[in-house]
Design a binder for this molecule. Structure first.
Ligand SMILES: [Zn+2]
Length: 74
């Protein structure tokens, strides 16, 4: 597992699912900023306060976890 995996996530059917429902620090305060992954405007922030869509971050984390598993299996 990589150090980029944030706290408060779980794996559901092989996909990373972030539990941000009760985490106010992931709300960007209503300002829209470009997502670090797809560069479209978004409201949320990741653990490092970078603007992200939750789904974009979940996809990226799922991909990085899958890479880690492949590396571990090799
Ligand atoms: Zn995005």
């Amino acid at each position: 597992m990589t150090a980029t995996a944030p706290s408060g996530h779980r794996i559901y059917q092989g996909l990373v699912s972030l539990d941000w429902h009760k985490k106010r620090e992931h709300w960007g305060g209503g300002r829209r900023r470009p997502c670090r992954f797809c560069h479209r405007l978004c409201f949320l922030l990741d653990d490092d306060r970078h603007p992200v869509h939750k789904i974009c971050l979940e996809r990226a984390l799922t991909a990085s976890l899958a890479q880690g598993e492949r590396r571990a299996a090799a």
